[in-house]
Design a protein around this ligand. Structure first.
Ligand SMILES: NC(=O)C1=CN([C@@H]2O[C@H](COP(=O)(O)OP(=O)(O)OC[C@H]3O[C@@H](n4cnc5c(N)ncnc54)[C@H](OP(=O)(O)O)[C@@H]3O)[C@@H](O)[C@H]2O)C=CC1
Ligand SMILES: O=C1O[C@H](COP(=O)(O)O)[C@@H](O)[C@H](O)[C@H]1O
Length: 515
């Protein structure tokens, strides 16, 4: 068995103090894609690894009429396809006994009252009262209604000595006012300490390792500032387009709202934050929110033009297959002005980061799926080796590979073996799979376990979400409301994005790192 402490040595004391506790997990939207592909496989894999607390019950809440047996069979079918640890029929047979289905409309208060009775029964079987974890995995238009109905049915209150918590899926609003409204609804239903705004990038093993790399090693932190770092790049490349009917959602959201506002600004704040005073949820989140507050605002169309590039893919080839352009995708408006690619320069106006550009890019239909952060150190003074072949290969680059092939590499310049002095870049490389001999758990496993343990460190706090929206809203306004709106650039599917994104960096003498 892999214990929580073993999987996270950095937070060993915290994990041993706050273990996941038995509870009823109620999933709203349980017949949907997220539940089948991510949530239930995550719970199953926790069970396989012996991490799921005994006594956990899973109750799927959705509209379609289904028996427990039919619901379980549908879940098993997907689990066979996607489960990280494979699908063991014997383990599944035990696991599925903990899974039940509750049919109701999200809008029907009676359905919640029946749910309350059902949960009471489960608690009685457990020997009295119990904990409840509500996971809102529905489309965002139902978030308010589900929260209000939970309150109306008294399900936001826990029995003495127990807890009732809520996990809210993304998107957490579509702009600052809608996020503020949702925060008000959530906070009037559950206390902030019981609210878990999910950002699955924070649950990725490599994202968690950013703090360890920075603060558990003495060699990096002294260099982690504008004296030594020239620029930082965060790239999230996806080869997929709008498969599985995603075009309808995506064309309303776009890359900036879908990925930058949440996942990539979270990664940026982990890279840029000051050391927290402790590892408590608020200790860490206090530091992250300071980064978000210090981002220079691109609050005029001119500033957006100078610092942000948006793009859509035209037809091209990805993975050897020809694919259509963004505007030809299923459920996408043929005249859409929604971006499937964004590249931006972020400036963080703090003592540590003054003058260091953070370049962030994300795009659909790029040549491959890969997310990484690269820290580009300044070059040494060009006095000793300037006349030597290979000397112009640049400074050190530390690369944190978030996915796939999770790991960290450091690029250095070395002497090529031989009688004459020639320089060549080399790479020191650490791979999670070879160093630890096993793959990383899925982000949802860690996040579900943390919510059961009452540890909100890897979840976004209210002020983080709102600060991120403030930054994003200026850009959205410049794109969609200004008369001199910056252009929509085009790139061929399967290429690394529009030329304008290269030009964004060239202005400062930089180039995107090749992945
Ligand atoms: N899919 C993914 O990989 C990811 C999804 N998300 C987020 O998770 C959320 C859910 O996404 P996803 O699972 O893909 O969505 P789906 O459309 O696949 O599922 C929606 C679910 O909501 C239920 N539902 C819809 N209307 C009602 C209603 N009136 N009453 C009761 N149940 C209802 C459906 O039930 P029924 O089938 O019975 O109608 C279904 O279970 C979204 O917010 C999405 O942004 C976030 C990250 C990744
Ligand atoms: O939240 C989202 O994330 C996925 C990418 O997640 P990953 O874990 O596969 O990197 C993205 O494709 C999707 O558009 C977005 O909504």
């Amino acid at each position: 068995m892999v214990s929580a402490a073993m999987s996270n040595p950095f937070r060993e004391d915290l994990v041993s103090r706050s273990r996941a506790e038995a509870c009823s997990v109620v999933i709203f939207g349980a017949t949907g894609d997220l539940t089948h592909r991510k949530l239930v496989p995550a719970l199953y894999n926790l069970a396989v690894d012996g991490e799921l607390p005994p006594g956990v019950k899973i109750i799927g809440f959705a509209r379609r009429d289904k028996s427990d047996a039919v619901f379980r069979e549908g879940l098993a079918e997907l689990n066979r396809e996607v489960s990280r640890n494979g699908h063991d029929e014997a383990i599944w047979a035990d696991f599925e006994q903990t899974v039940h289905y509750h049919q109701s409309e999200f809008t029907d208060l009676d359905g919640y009252k029946r749910l309350a009775e059902r949960l009471d029964e489960i608690d009685r079987d457990r020997g009295g009262k119990g904990n409840r974890l509500f996971y809102i995995a529905s489309a965002p238009e139902f978030f308010d209604e589900i929260l209000e109905n939970l309150k109306a049915a008294g399900l936001n209150q826990a029995a003495d000595g127990c807890w009732a918590r809520v996990i809210v899926e993304k998107p957490f609003g579509t702009d600052l006012p809608s996020a503020q409204h949702l925060n008000q609804v959530v906070n009037h239903t559950f206390e902030e300490k019981d609210t878990y705004r999910i950002d699955h990038y924070l649950g990725k093993e490599t994202a968690q390792n950013i703090m360890v790399l920075r603060f558990a090693n003495s060699i990096f932190e002294p260099l982690w500032n504008n004296q030594h770092i020239d620029q930082i790049q965060i790239t999230c490349a996806e080869h997929l387009g709008m498969e599985g009917g995603r075009g309808g959602y995506y064309d309303k959201a776009g890359a900036l709202r879908d990925m930058i506002q949440n996942h990539l600004l979270q990664l940026l704040s982990l890279v840029a934050m000051e050391p927290p005073t402790d590892l408590s949820a608020d200790g860490v989140r206090d530091e992250k929110v300071k980064v978000l507050r210090s981002m220079r605002q691109w609050d005029t169309p001119e500033l957006v033009n100078e610092n942000v590039v948006r793009g859509q893919y035209a037809a091209g080839h990805v993975d050897g297959k020809s694919v259509v352009g963004y505007r030809e995708e299923d459920r996408v408006d043929p005249e859409s002005m929604t971006e499937a690619y964004v590249a931006l320069r972020v400036m963080i106006d703090t003592w540590r980061w003054s003058g260091v550009p953070f370049y962030v890019r994300m795009g659909k239909r790029l040549p491959k799926k890969a997310t990484e952060i690269s820290i580009h150190f300044k070059s040494p003074p060009n006095v000793l080796f300037n006349a030597i072949p290979g000397a112009a290969t640049g400074g050190n680059v530390l690369v944190i590979r978030i996915q796939p092939d999770e790991g960290i590499s450091l690029r250095m310049v070395s002497k090529l073996p031989g009688a004459s002095l020639r320089l060549e870049p080399v790479k020191m490389d650490f791979h999670y799979s070879t160093s630890f001999g096993k793959g990383s758990p899925e982000a949802y496993e860690r996040l579900l376990l943390d919510a059961m343990a009452g540890d909100a460190t890897l979840f976004a706090r209210r002020d983080e979400v709102e600060e991120a929206w403030k930054f994003i809203d200026h850009i959205e306004r410049a794109w969609h409301e200004s008369s001199n709106a910056p252009e929509m650039a085009e790139y061929t599917a399967g290429s690394w994005g529009p030329k304008a994104a290269d030009e964004l960096l060239e202005k400062s003498g930089h180039t995107w790192r090749r992945l």
